[in-house]
Design a protein around this ligand. Structure first.
Ligand code: ATP
Ligand code: MG
Length: 453
């Protein structure tokens, strides 16, 4: 099966091929010098010349690659062009290498096996049929050279001082070396081609799967958005009449207190409690669906003590007999954030502390400015959270068993806290001991825009 690579990866691999050729051009004269040092009679001048030739045509290839990269990077044409380019480079390399080997002993030269590197490279780049074609070209050109030298059609350049001269006149030796060479070339092509094809197939399948997952994710996000919209609409439509019911019950119990029988007032009180609960529930649903729908934060400068004061103004009077202490250090802490959403965070944490702390308890709010972060702690001396349930309290609708026994609630507050804090690139954690108390710790960056994701 033919598989195509992504454009950028292709261009990258082509550069890799060219870099290897630079290396070869540099190593050639160096190895010739070493051979001379070992008293092997190698033609240094010819080798240097061939190295220069390789350097020259590699420069041309390098420039051509730059051109096709800039021109065709976004075009579907690149894979075909790159393939043709590799094929052309490989043919040139094979011919030049054959000339080099011919001038340095032909089949006497053990470096003839360096053709294998070529075979590996082309089998990685090219589809199997082309890789086999090039392997055949390698065997043909080396075969023609060997036969030509053996039959004295072309001169044989013996490597004096390295190998006995008679070896080249021994057909069995030539046949054995050539067979070993040709089979090594074909085996390598076969092995590398199949590994490379399998890898490419795997790569493509993985990409396909990633694409499908991304599509599924997008569809899920869309469904989630629709759900949030629906919840918001319903919550909104429920909350408004509930507000009217609460006002009417207030009027009923306040203005008709003297005229209504006691039983009716008790019933009205019952209606108020249920309506209050539903009103709170609808409010939380509105909050969470609104925050979910609002994908971006409305960032502004928020003064923490003012924010805490506003939250307390709303929640403070709800419970009597609790001592409440606020420590803000330094007294004015400014941070960048979505005011409305941060309000929700503090409201939920403080309301929880008030709800889950029995009368006579203590609530402390500490805010401290650190280097680039603000630490907000809300502690209470309340009922605490059972250790085996603590991991779930940030889940939507989850309520711990001791809270469930104590009061009604929706279990949505802390999921709002977590969502908002994480959107601000902050963290929230909790420490709690049953019957002793709970501390929620929120860390927020002073400016979430400066946090690297
Ligand atoms: P609501 O959504 O109406 O606030 P809730 O308070 O039950 O209802 P969360 O605020 O999400 O929901 O809290 C989840 C659970 O975490 C609570 O039901 C309670 O079990 C536990 N919890 C939260 N804060 C405290 C606290 N300060 N002390 C003890 N338990 C707490
Ligand atoms: Mg709560």
């Amino acid at each position: 099966m033919r598989t195509a690579l992504k454009e950028a990866e292709l261009a990258e691999r082509l550069r890799w091929y060219i870099n290897i050729r630079w290396l070869t051009a540099g190593i050639l004269p160096l190895s010739a010098l070493i051979a001379r040092g070992l008293r092997v009679d190698v033609p240094l001048e010819k080798i240097t010349l061939i190295a220069l030739l390789i350097g020259a045509y590699n420069t041309a290839f390098f420039l051509y690659l730059k051109r096709i990269k800039s021109r065709y990077l976004v075009s579907i044409d690149l894979p075909q062009r790159a393939e043709r380019f590799v094929l052309f480079q490989a043919v040139v390399d094979i011919l030049v290498l054959t000339v080099l080997i011919h001038h340095t002993g032909g089949l006497e030269n053990p470096f003839i096996f360096y053709f294998i590197f070529h075979t590996v490279l082309t089998a990685i780049f090219l589809p199997p049929a082309r890789a086999y074609l090039l392997a055949t070209l390698v065997c043909l050109s080396v075969g023609v050279m060997t036969l030509g030298e053996y039959a004295s059609l072309i001169p044989h350049h013996h490597l004096k001082g390295f190998i006995p001269a008679e070896l080249y006149t021994t057909p069995v030796y030539l046949l054995a070396v050539y067979t070993a060479f040709a089979t090594a070339i074909f085996f390598t092509t076969h092995i590398v081609s199949s590994i490379s094809e399998r890898l490419k197939e795997g790569e493509l399948k993985l990409k396909e799967r990633t694409r499908t997952l991304k599509e599924l994710n997008l569809r899920l996000e869309e469904k989630d958005r629709l759900k949030s919209q629906y919840v918001r609409m319903v919550a909104h439509d429920i909350k408004n009449p509930l507000s009217s019911i609460l006002t009417m019950v207030d009027v009923l119990t306040d203005e008709y207190r003297g005229t209504l029988p006691e039983d009716a007032l008790t019933l009205a009180e019952g209606i108020r409690k249920k309506a209050e609960f539903l009103h709170g529930y609808a409010g939380e649903l509105l909050d969470i669906s609104g925050i979910r729908l609002e994908k971006t934060l409305r960032l502004e400068e928020v003064e923490l003590s003012t924010l805490i004061r506003d939250v307390l103004a709303l929640t403070n009077q709800k419970k009597k007999g609790l001592s409440l202490k606020v420590n803000i250090n330094p007294s004015s802490i400014r941070l960048v954030g979505d005011r409305q959403q941060l309000f929700c965070v503090l409201k939920n944490l403080i309301e929880n502390a008030l709800t889950y702390t029995p009368e006579g308890g203590r609530i402390t709010i500490n805010a401290t400015l650190r280097e680039n972060t603000v630490l907000i702690e809300v502690s209470d001396t309340g009922i605490g959270i059972p250790p085996d349930e603590i991991a779930r309290i940030f889940d939507e609708f989850y309520r711990a068993s001791n809270a469930e026994r104590l009061t009604k609630g929706t279990g949505l507050g802390l999921s709002i806290v977590k969502l908002v804090v994480e959107r601000h690139h902050g963290t929230v954690d909790v420490e709690s001991t049953p019957q002793k108390g709970t501390t929620f710790r929120v860390t927020l960056p002073v400016n979430p825009q400066e946090v690297k994701e």
